[in-house]
Design a protein around this ligand. Structure first.
Ligand SMILES: *Cc1c(COP(=O)(O)O)cnc(C)c1O
Length: 357
């Protein structure tokens, strides 16, 4: 038996399958993979290599550090940096052959001395975060002379709600503004945007979370294969009877004789404390509730009625798995799949499944 309290299994075959599923959904252009934040917590080296093998030639990360790390993993693919060029970093960006997404007039100025190298340009169509404003697009004109803008991009605010009128508003604004920018290619859609249809596809779509199994079409069935499985080990089982309580704050009170199993995982492992008294775990196909507060290193589940043979020390319980996918766990934690994935810890064992082994 391994000494880890939990095991995270990452299925790189499912990741490659998701790349194909999304790519098949595109009516135009190519599919880029967003691998920022350590590939949404799953491991950038393993994920990027698997995606590249599946045919991906364009990658996006958030920061320069992430870009340098990815460049070591994939020496020749295109690597774009969402944060763009921060003061004093242009030389490093060029040295590592990275493509900054220029987000402001200041960044355009910062890139000017290296303008012959490839860059992208972000225009803001409704997020009010990064990107040139509409007025800046109208007036940017000459400042881009001599620049080598490979791609002009923007980002949708409400793509996971297909009926939201903001999608069409942003699309119309993007189409108007991009004609002002001398760029060969355009990019608008992230995961959910891909499912808004052909008008949103342009030359490059930027898929992140859907590659990793999160549903890009909330409220409809998930077209993606599940990539992540999180299994925690049973450390101990005890019988409890009323009026006993379970865990910190005594937030769970047993009302009749019960069996409580304690698992070797807690919020320090990214099993969020907001899942206290709300998550469902699975022993095989049997649903069991998480009861009491999740502590730093331990989680308690009510296993009353489950045969002792299934509850031996070391038996594994699914906290994210076939019966409780990432999206369900996210909704039980009152958050989104993105946060569940990016918070996954590093104390437990990580296993990668691929065709090679
Ligand atoms: C993170 C990010 C993406 C990927 O979004 P998903 O919803 O995870 O597919 C795409 N574009 C930008 C600008 C991003 O910041």
């Amino acid at each position: 038996m391994t000494t880890f309290g939990a095991t995270l299994t990452i299925d790189l075959r499912a990741l490659a399958q998701n790349y194909q599923t999304l790519n098949n959904q595109l009516s135009s252009g190519n599919l880029a993979a967003v691998v920022k934040a350590n590939a949404y917590g799953l491991g950038v080296e393993e994920a990027a290599l698997a995606l590249n093998k599946a045919g991906c030639e364009n990658f996006f990360v958030a920061t320069l550090e992430e870009g340098i790390e990815l460049r070591k993993i994939l020496p020749t693919t295109s690597v774009h940096i969402f944060h763009g060029v921060l003061p004093g970093t242009a030389k490093d960006i060029v040295a590592h052959n990275l493509i900054p997404i220029l987000n402001s007039l200041n960044q355009i100025e910062e890139w000017q001395p290296t303008a012959e190298h490839l860059a992208g340009l972000h225009i803001d169509t409704g997020m009010s975060r990064l990107g040139l404003t509409s007025a800046e697009c109208e007036s940017v004109g000459d400042r881009l002379n001599g620049f080598n803008i490979k791609i002009v991009m923007s980002h949708l605010a409400c793509a996971e709600e297909p009926a939201n009128p903001k999608n069409q508003e942003q699309l119309a604004l993007f189409n108007g503004l991009r004609s002002l920018i001398p760029a060969d290619h355009a990019s608008l859609a992230a995961s959910s945007g891909i499912y808004l249809g052909p008008d949103f596809h342009f030359d490059l779509s930027r898929a992140g979370v859907s590659l990793y199994g999160v549903n890009p079409t909330p409220g409809r069935s998930n077209p993606m294969a599940q990539v992540v499985r999180l299994q925690a080990k049973i450390l101990q089982v005890r019988s409890v009877d009323t009026p006993q309580t379970v865990g910190y704050g005594a937030t769970h009170q047993v009302t009749k004789p019960a069996k409580i199993a304690t698992l070797g995982i807690g919020y320090a492992d990214g099993y969020l404390r907001s899942l206290s008294n709300s998550a469902t775990a699975y022993i095989g196909d049997i649903e069991v509730p998480v009861v009491g507060r999740i502590s730093m290193d331990l989680t308690t589940i009510d296993v009353t009625g489950i045969a002792d043979a299934e509850l031996a020390t070391g038996c594994l319980v699914d906290l994210i798995g076939p019966n409780n996918p990432v999206d369900q766990v996210a909704s039980q934690a009152a958050t989104i799949g993105y946060e569940i994935l990016t918070r996954l810890g590093h104390r437990f064992e990580r296993r990668y499944i691929s065709d090679e082994v």
